[in-house]
Design a protein around this ligand. Structure first.
Ligand code: NAP
Length: 502
């Protein structure tokens, strides 16, 4: 499919956010939309993370679009293939696949102030767009650890988000580096096939039980035929998860009961006191993402597994060497060390009004946006899952839908008022972020005694939302033109939102 030369709305990325955005714009009659996607399918992170055991740790009834309930989830926490199939089906049923240009990464996007539009380059050609909505996600660029000798390893070495399905694992000596949300799903699967498994832990995470349940046929029948029941169920899950907000954002001591449950989970899974001591967390629950698993601790306790807490000094052709000088021979290394979260690669490819890229601006200020969605100096740019929109406790789909509502209302405003350009005012953006950072001081992410991917190099939390998600939804429910510089088309013919009178 050839790229159009101009579109009114260009969406970058076809994960949950990109698919949802394209669907909702179409519902508003905004049909001049193109989605460019670097991969060969929709799904985003759920297309890319195909590691054994990949599963969502937020219940599927909530981790799905409110406008596309799925009564067919097989269990409360769905595995990756089901989630990927769900995104594919939603995109297909809504008829937006014919707007998607796959294997079309955005090389760069530059705001043209005279023409009042975005000039976008891709390897498949160039196009212009009135609005640019980045839906590339905060967890899409794998981060490899900076370990001496990592390139000299002779066996298979791959990141959790780029699983090498050709790698032979059966009976091999496998190492998993990292003990985050991805690793704790991978480790139990590796323990089943490895000849020997080493798990390299830098800090012990909090792991609470995952009360997974396969849905019975009558339950699935009820969800299929009684949509109101599905809605009620979803609402119940939403509020149960929102219950974490006071402990995370206001009074971390409120997490004590959850810490107790996590320690009980640990005692149940691991009997050896020495191993227990090693995996007991040394920070408050919630400071890093709370992990859910019933199988991680038993896998660590299995005969086949060693937990290595000595830091890694280097990697050689056939071994990982720890700082105590011990050589750990290994055939396959799984690197589950997370993602670029506060230095998003997409930010260096978006260049604003004054010729500076988002990453150049953010290098000075830290990641910042207005309402997590728009950025001063970058007219008509919308960031889905932008700065300070992340969640440690609930479904990102709820946040994405809140942002889509804001985007839709912004576009309606552009049409209604004949506006060619929207740009958040610097003072509005400053106020928004100073309020957020003030709120951030008392959160568990600041006071909980850990370092995490939530924080940038200056220790600022530019990733998470420090209030309830219903507050986020309320604040983004309607577009607020008073916080924006709103400009009409400068020249006849430059009315970039098609149909808007100049
Ligand atoms: P992560 O949470 O950032 O965990 C990375 C792990 O690697 C941490 O244990 C970290 O140790 C360790 N690490 C990093 N650099 C290292 C180094 N140089 N040497 C040794 N260890 C190193 O990454 P992730 O597990 O991929 O998860 C990222 C996010 O993705 C999650 O927080 C979550 O939001 C999302 N996710 C969600 C699901 C889900 O079910 N919904 C599943 C997977 C991932 P430290 O802890 O000491 O830094």
């Amino acid at each position: 499919m050839t790229l159009p030369r101009h579109v009114t709305h260009l969406v970058v990325g076809a994960g949950f956010a990109g698919v949802g955005t394209a669907i909702k714009l179409a519902e508003d009659g905004e049909t001049d939309v193109a989605v460019i996607e670097q991969g060969s399918d929709v799904g985003g992170t759920w297309r890319d993370n195909t590691y054994p055991g990949a599963c969502c740790d937020i219940p599927s009834q909530l981790y799905s679009f409110s406008f596309a309930p799925n009564p067919e989830w097989s269990s409360s926490y769905s595995p990756q293939p089901e989630i990927q199939a769900y995104v594919q089906k939603v995109a297909r049923d809504a008829g937006i696949l014919d707007r998607c240009h796959f294997q079309t990464p955005m090389t760069d996007a530059r705001w043209d102030d005279d023409a009042q539009l975005w000039r976008v380059r891709t390897p498949s050609g160039e196009l212009t767009a009135t609005t640019l909505t980045s839906c590339t996600g905060g967890l899409s660029a794998p981060k490899l650890p900076d370990i001496e000798g990592i390139d000299s390893f002779a066996g298979a070495l791959f990141h959790s988000a780029r699983w090498d399905h050709d790698a032979d694992l059966e009976g091999k000596r496998i190492a998993v580096i990292g003990t985050g949300a991805s690793a704790i799903q991978i480790v139990p699967e590796m323990a089943k096939v490895a000849g020997h498994l080493d798990v390299y832990q830098r800090s012990a995470p909090w792991v609470i039980p995952r009360n997974d349940r396969v849905y019975s046929r009558p339950e699935r029948w009820a969800l299929r035929h009684l949509p109101a029941l599905g809605k009620l169920y979803r609402t119940g899950i939403y509020w149960a998860h929102e219950g974490y907000v006071p402990a995370f954002t206001w009074q971390p001591r409120l997490a004590a009961p959850a810490e107790k449950a996590a320690l009980a989970n640990l005692h149940k899974g691991i009997k050896d006191p020495a191993l227990r001591a090693k995996v007991t967390p040394h920070f408050r629950l919630g400071c890093k993402r709370v992990l859910r698993s019933n199988t991680y601790y038993p896998a660590l306790a299995a005969d086949v597994t060693d937990l290595v807490t000595e830091p890694i000094a280097k990697i050689t052709a056939h071994a990982i060497v720890t700082t105590d000088g011990v050589e750990h021979p290994v055939d396959v290394i799984v690197v589950a060390t997370g993602f670029h979260t506060t230095d998003l690669p997409i930010a260096s490819r978006i260049v604003g009004r004054d010729g500076r890229s988002l990453s150049q601006v953010w290098d000075e200020t830290g990641m910042a946006a207005y309402k997590g969605t728009t950025v001063h100096g970058f007219p008509n740019l919308f960031l889905m899952v932008g700065p300070n929109t992340g969640q440690g406790h609930t479904s990102m789909i709820f946040v994405i839908e809140s942002q889509i509502a804001y985007l839709r209302d912004a576009i309606r405003t552009m049409r209604a008022r004949g506006v060619a350009e929207l740009e958040p005012r610097a003072d509005a953006q400053r106020r928004w972020n100073s309020d957020l950072q003030k709120r951030m001081r008392r959160t568990v992410w600041s006071t909980g005694g850990c370092s995490s991917w939530y924080l940038d190099d200056h220790g600022r939390n530019t990733t998470l939302w420090p209030k309830a998600t219903f507050t986020f939804r309320r604040l983004l429910a309607s577009f607020d033109p008073e916080a924006y510089d709103v400009r009409p088309a400068r020249a006849a013919g430059s009315d970039a939102v098609e149909g808007v009178p100049a």
